[in-house]
Ligand binder design. Sequence first.
Ligand code: SIN
Ligand code: MN
Length: 202
Amino acid sequence: MNAPLMIRGFQVYKGFLEARAQDQMVADLREVARVAPFFDPVTPSGKKMSVRMTSAGRLGWVTDRGGYRYQAHHPDGMAWPEIPKGILDVWEAVSGVSRGPDCCLVNFYGEEARMGMHQDKDEGSFDWPVVSISLGDAGLFRMGNVARGGKTESLWLESGDVVVMGGEARLAHHGVDRIRFGSSRLLPKGGRINLTMRVVAE
Ligand code: SIN
Ligand code: MN
């Protein structure tokens, strides 16, 4: 494992997953999505998000008119599937903590999808890192500050890249400006998958 790039406290492991591990992860995620299908999340103000979403783990992250939250079941009522082993292995390798994650949020970005600048702050405790895995098409990841606004830095996250958001980066604003649709052949129909593993306090 090479030392990560450090950008504003974000630890970026370029090329962390080799091709075979990426293929296996996609196969595992197809099974996750078979049990807990991707849904179209809506913000509390009623705006449809451009990413499609599902989760694995004890808890999943959802948003709808009722707000942003973690809950133990998919919007259709079923329990979330377990987090696949290959995904947990990444957490173990890079998180630096001894407990496992409660949630693996799965975001799918189609050609026009993006994610506005935000903080991950629904977890109840920020003592644990968030670990992100990118698969498929490249996405332009923007890293900002804990306070809103100010200067930002951007980096293309490519398939197999892993980012750890811990310490000073744990509550930093971040987002995805655009994806480079068709830049990867991992997903036959194109698009980007981003996984984020999180610990959620009771
Ligand atoms: C997120 O912040 O939930 C997603 C980040 C990414 O897609 O790289
Ligand atoms: Mn986030």
